[in-house]
Design a protein around this ligand. Structure first.
Ligand code: ATP
Length: 137
């Protein structure tokens, strides 16, 4: 590991999404957004549906991350998530279709299905938000 760097690994049940040395990571923990620099105090937190960013020099990368855990060590951040994608792999049309489906379900659904549809809507909205950030850059 290079001095002053963090190894960021993002893993899902589908496999390894990302594994690179970076300078800084921010992610959406269940208690709110957190930032990690090298030599951070180790901790573990659960993650919500949200945006993860990492900075490598002057370059910032964006990821969609849904649920799971972050394990932070002095020189590494391990993300174990239900699903995760690099911003460039997000299919906007698919996210828009998912958003529409979820909205339709929320109109008719009972309690449990409503919660499920709400989470699907949040995933779809976050994906489109990341795709929009990518488009603006
Ligand atoms: P959908 O209803 O479109 O499947 P979802 O939110 O239910 O969306 P997830 O359960 O979060 O999907 O993910 C299932 C798999 O599909 C994961 O591998 C995830 O990375 C991928 N995926 C889901 N939506 C998209 C998208 N818009 N672009 C790229 N990959 C996606």
């Amino acid at each position: 590991m290079a001095e002053g760097k963090l190894l960021l690994e993002i893993v899902t049940p589908q496999g390894l999404v990302f594994s690179e040395e970076v300078d800084e990571v921010t992610a959406t923990g269940s208690e709110g957004e957190f930032g990690v620099l090298p030599e951070h105090v180790p901790f573990i937190t659960t993650l919500k549906i949200g945006i993860l960013t990492c900075r490598k020099g002057s370059e910032t990368k964006f990821f969609f991350v849904s649920w799971g855990y972050a394990e932070v060590g002095h020189d590494k951040v391990m993300i174990l998530a239900d699903s995760a994608e690099r911003s460039e792999d997000i299919d906007v049309e698919r996210a828009r279709a998912a958003m529409k489906r979820a909205e339709e379900r929320m109109k008719k659904a009972e309690e449990i299905d409503f919660k499920r549809a709400e989470a699907a809507l949040e995933r779809a909205m976050t994906r489109t938000q990341i795709a929009e950030i990518r488009r603006m850059r």
